[in-house]
Design a protein around this ligand. Structure first.
Ligand code: GDP
Ligand code: GDP
Length: 438
């Protein structure tokens, strides 16, 4: 099921960060456990009354003059419109309504997204009297809160959750494979997307209705229907915020959440960078299948006589957390090896949904244990009783042991490697859940 995205938008100093931190608690990260990737506070996985959602902070850069504030707010608002299911628009109850508030309100109102108008810093009755002027924003009833003192947050989140898109009814599950095309600005995403949906692969229809469908592009390949999950901004190629790393990260999160398979596009001319690692880290941490696509290979070859091995080893070392992902070298522009793209997507999507029978799995685990004795501590040795595959997408294995603390990270890695050696699971992360059974 798709996790809704909630974006917080507002002027500098209205309390966006404070609100974000209050809602997200400590679960804030861009890539939780991915080694070699810098942490950053851009989005967080949250939950309210049993409903999970992704909270994004569209702010980040501190503008100085009023002109810049307005331009920056418009960008934020556009980003929220492009990616979010619900927009939380936050204003300052102590300062009252400003021209910038009104400007942004007009912009987001036109987007037809659900908007929750929140007036922050309302800690007493006196300030509550200021609430009425915010009706002028035309965004419905303003909700008073105090982010700092955690007042009114429950009512606010109730309102946010009420506005989540309704999920399709039972038996109505969308079974089409969903593909996200990720990568830095200029990596060639639009060019590749146009190739994939162009010519012989007909665009089926642009289903209107929910906001989500409107930004997904269905296409056919050998008679099967697939969906490219872009964000609207990606397709429109709004260069407005293309240069800003934060925005490409937020857009990536939005696209990744809705997809099964991620194409991580690398611009061969630029080499592999930390930003590529951040983007790949999103797909990895959110448990999606991935294909690493080195694009613009035509241009690279022309200049460097194509040292593919060297390039590959650079990619492997920067994206070391994603050793399972296949790498392909293509040119979206000339069409070189383009057939590899769908071929590899189909390969990894099968792996992503693969099920291993419990019997076969336990044979492999049993052999692994014979080959490499489990670790022990103070005379107590790890015992692995039993393993079973609990889920697919991504493949998730539950391993029952006598004592969790004895199962070190290195032995866990060993088990994962043995599972991969036996069953492949090309292109997909696999999750191990360790349970104790006394
Ligand atoms: P941002 O720039 O929108 O992210 O705003 P911050 O979260 O950094 O907050 C700006 C300032 O407003 C800080 O000094 C906060 O302590 C203060 N602030 C945030 N929430 C509240 C609140 O609910 N009440 C009051 N009185 N101050 C707040
Ligand atoms: P996006 O920002 O990731 O959507 O990138 P675009 O698809 O707009 O491509 C950025 C630029 O790279 C454009 O000028 C493209 O023509 C160029 N480009 C895209 N793919 C290739 C490729 O395979 N080879 C070469 N030489 N240029 C490419």
């Amino acid at each position: 099921m798709v996790k809704p995205i909630v974006a917080v938008v507002g002027r500098p100093n209205v309390g966006k960060s404070t609100l974000f931190n209050k809602i997200a608690g400590s679960r804030i990260s861009i890539v939780e456990d991915t080694p070699g990737v810098t942490r950053d506070r851009i989005y967080a996985d949250c939950e309210w009354i049993g409903k999970p959602f992704t909270l994004i902070d569209t702010g980040g850069i501190e503008p100085h003059s009023n002109d810049i504030i307005l331009a920056q707010m418009r960008r934020q608002a556009q980003l929220a419109i492009d990616t979010a299911d619900v927009i939380v628009f936050i204003v300052d109850g102590r300062e009252g309504m400003t021209a910038a508030d009104l400007d942004v309100a007009n912009m987001i109102r036109k987007s037809m997204r659900p908007i929750v108008l929140v007036v922050n810093k309302v800690e007493n009755k006196e300030i509550e009297n200021n609430l009425y002027e915010f009706y002028n924003l035309g965004l419905g009833d303003p909700m008073p809160i105090s982010a700092e003192q955690a007042l009114g947050l429950g009512d606010m989140l109730d309102r946010v959750v009420e506005n989540f898109p309704r999920t399709a009814g039972d038996g109505d599950e969308d079974t089409r494979l969903k593909i996200a095309v990720l990568g830095k600005p200029n990596a060639g995403k639009s060019t590749l997307v146009n190739r994939l949906i162009g010519e012989e692969r007909v665009i089926v229809s642009d289903v209107p209705g929910t906001t989500r469908d409107a930004i997904d592009t269905p296409f056919q390949y050998y008679g099967e229907e697939y969906v490219l999950t872009d964000t609207a901004g990606l397709r429109r190629k709004s260069k407005v915020y293309d240069d800003i790393e934060r925005y490409s990260i937020v857009r990536s999160v939005a696209a990744v959440d809705r997809s099964d398979v991620c194409l991580i596009l690398i611009d061969a001319n630029d080499g592999i960078s930390e930003q590529d690692a951040k983007i790949a880290g999103i797909a990895h941490n959110r448990g999606k299948a991935s294909v690493i696509v080195v694009n613009k290979w035509d241009a690279y070859e022309a200049k460097n006589q194509g040292s593919q091995k060297k390039f590959e080893s650079d990619v492997r070392s920067t994206l070391s957390f994603m050793a399972y992902a296949p790498i392909i070298f293509i040119s979206a522009k000339t069409g070189q090896r383009l057939n590899k793209v769908m071929e590899t997507i189909l390969l990894v999507s099968n792996e992503y949904a693969k099920r291993i029978t419990t019997g076969t799995l336990n044979e492999v685990i049993g052999e692994a244990v014979l080959m490499n004795q489990p670790p022990s501590d103070k005379g107590r040795r790890l015992k692995i009783y039993y393993a079973t595959q609990g889920a697919i997408k991504p493949p998730t294995f539950i391993i029952f042991v006598n004592d969790k603390r004895l199962l070190h990270f290195s032995y866990e890695r060993f088990l994962e490697n043995q599972i991969r050696q036996a069953f492949g699971f090309i292109g997909t992360p696999i999750h191990l859940i360790i349970r104790e059974r006394k």
